[in-house]
Design a protein around this ligand. Sequence first.
Ligand code: HEM
Ligand code: HEM
Length: 147
Amino acid sequence: MKLSVNRAHLIAGLAYAALGMGLGIYMAAAQNHVQHVTHAHLLLAGFLLSVIYAIIHRLWLPDRDGWLPWLQLALHHAGVVLMVTGLFLLYNGRFSHGQLEPILAGSSILVLLALLMMLAMVIKAGRIPAAEQFQPQSHGTGGAESV
Ligand code: HEM
Ligand code: HEM
């Protein structure tokens, strides 16, 4: 199985969802919501944003994965993992905000940078003629279903 950028975003996004829901169930069961910000970012910045990136790849970006989509993927997921880890440690109370500042600030910048790269890729893709963006798929109907 060849891993494409959109599948990598999708698989990572669904893995964040499993972790985030697991944390949500733990918070509800323990009646301790102290990690609600970690839960929120795991699900929103992790799950939702990654799945949205996968959908953007499928719907609006060319089928070929160059180095830019892989770099965007690496920055986004490094950012999410560092951000969620930093938030978890912060709300755990073991480390101070000052100690975690480099992780939290750095991870925020990575997530934002990845978003700006996605914006740039979408704008760039709009300039490619539609016929060049998508390879026709042959499913026995002459490729008429390619979008
Ligand atoms: C198994 C499923 C889930 C469980 C058991 C769960 C549980 C919880 C709990 C206990 C809280 C803390 C509420 C509070 O203290 O105010 C919370 C907050 C939150 N959850 Fe979930 N959750 C689940 C799924 C989701 C999903 C799928 C999303 C988004 C895609 C989500 C987004 C949020 C957000 C944004 C908050 C923060 C709300 C706030 O306090 O401002 N949750 N969740
Ligand atoms: C650059 C990345 C981001 C940074 C630096 C950031 C920072 C923050 C901060 C400082 C808070 C307040 C936490 C608190 O109340 O103690 C917050 C809350 C929140 N953020 Fe983010 N955030 C980022 C990305 C996102 C994204 C991408 C989403 C959604 C798609 C999101 C959704 C939320 C939500 C729903 C809350 C309320 C959570 C709650 O009260 O439990 N954030 N964020």
